[in-house]
Write a protein that binds this ligand. Structure first.
Ligand code: AMP
Length: 398
């Protein structure tokens, strides 16, 4: 049988697809954006002309059109051998990926209260491909599952116990597929078994999170009940004093309004007043824009503070790892962050850092650095494709 795996990632207004062959090589990928609007657009990588979609096309319509186009271009057999779906929230129900049947679908739906903007749209993708390919095994891969190993002291908030017991208020953590990949790749590059490798993984993209991974297992992470907690991000504030809700109520801002501002008007965008894009921010700072400079400063300082904090969960650190659009591509952010941590003995090799890591292993630390520092490109789609293959034929191989 042709072993092509399809990866489906449904966002609130976007759809990303990726096709992998049996050797984990990417065959092609596709992106549909601004779905359900009159500006909808869909493209397949390497193809100049967009794929035709009706105005206000839905996720399901875009999925069908892109799959038809994959087939027409000879990129995909009539059906893939397995389909992997990114699902944002698995609550405490899912500690691993899961082969999707009606019961699993229902359980994903039951987690929707914890991720109302994400799980329902993830289910739209699942329903569409189950209808299209009823005989193909489909696997849900959860952003939260990797963090289900967090010990209670790391996931439990210091709030009334019944908030957790009755309503599930706790730290769940996100970006699990990326952090899991970092654990695998760092161990491989260091030439150690994953089960004996402890790292701190910094995923720095538009969303940012940091995870302490002890002997291959997630033991602390910065995102919480929602992806708002933790580091400064593109438009998200990260940690703030929850007392600000009450204070801002006296200024006429409702909790809903404050929540929206903390999610979409804060972070790098909020501080700089200009952009959530780190590359643009660096250009602005270089041209003397003070607020952009401050945004970068705060981003690196807060990240460094978290790196120090994550050490609390480890007895040994085999590597600090940078990934995500910023982590992989910005020597400046890596350097500024580590300059805040000289007391811990980090020391960076400027030449290697400029090149985003030495060719052989991605290391950017200097010889006398107390800890190795690695730059590792993330590949969440590949993790999902691998999980799809693994779980498609063995429901609980973990
Ligand atoms: P992601 O969400 O992982 O795609 O990452 C997006 C972020 O990575 C944006 O803030 C980009 O500006 C940032 N980024 C990408 N390339 C660079 C670069 N060369 N320098 C700084 N930031 C970058």
């Amino acid at each position: 049988m042709d072993d092509t795996r399809l990866v489906v990632n449904c966002g609130s207004s976007s759809l990303k697809l990726a096709l992998f062959d049996a050797q984990d090589r990417l065959i092609t990928s596709a992106l549909a954006e601004r779905l359900n609007s009159c500006n909808v657009r869909a493209t397949i990588s390497g193809k100049d002309s967009p794929v035709a979609l009706p105005s206000e096309a839905s996720h399901t319509q875009a999925l069908e059109a892109l799959i038809d186009e994959f087939r027409a271009l000879g990129l995909m057999p009539s059906a893939p051998s397995a389909i992997g779906h990114r699902v944002v929230h698995g609550g405490e129900t899912f500690r691993h990926s899961a082969l999707i049947d009606d019961a699993v679908r229902e359980a994903i739906d039951a987690c929707s209260g914890l991720a109302p903007l994400h799980n329902p749209v993830n289910l739209t993708g699942i329903d569409a491909t189950r209808a299209m390919f009823p005989r193909v095994p489909q696997v849900a891969v959860f952003d939260t599952a990797f963090h289900q190993t967090l010990p209670r002291k790391a996931f439990h908030y210091a709030v009334p116990e019944y908030w957790y017991r009755d309503w599930g208020v706790r730290r769940y953590g996100f970006h699990g597929t990326s952090h899991k990949y970092m654990a695998q790749e760092a161990a491989r590059r260091l030439g150690q078994p994953q089960s004996n490798t402890s790292i701190i993984s910094c995923h720095l993209g538009n969303g940012c999170s940091i995870t302490a991974i002890r002997n291959g297992i997630s033991v602390d992470t910065s995102m919480g009940l929602t992806p708002l907690e933790g580091l400064v991000m593109g438009t998200r504030s990260g940690d703030v004093d929850p007392g600000l809700f009450d204070y801002l109520a006296t200024k006429g801002l409702s909790a809903k309004r404050v929540n929206k501002a903390l999610n979409s008007e804060s972070g790098l965008l909020g501080i700089s007043g200009q952009t959530n894009d780190m590359r643009t921010l660096c250009d602005l700072a270089d041209n003397g824009h003070e607020a952009s400079n401050l945004a970068i400063d705060i981003f690196c300082f807060r990240l460094a503070k978290y790196i120090g904090g994550m050490m609390t969960s480890l007895s040994r650190l085999d590597a600090l790892v940078f990934t995500g659009g910023i982590g992989e591509n910005s020597p400046r952010i890596r350097q500024m962050t580590l300059e805040n941590l000289t007391i811990l003995g980090f020391s960076i090799d400027h030449e290697a850092n400029k090149n985003h890591g030495r060719q052989a292993d991605g290391r950017v630390d200097e010889k006398n650095s107390r800890f190795p520092v690695l730059v590792i490109p993330t590949n969440e789609e590949l993790v999902i494709a691998r999980e799809a293959a693994r779980f498609a034929h063995a429901p609980d191989p973990a």
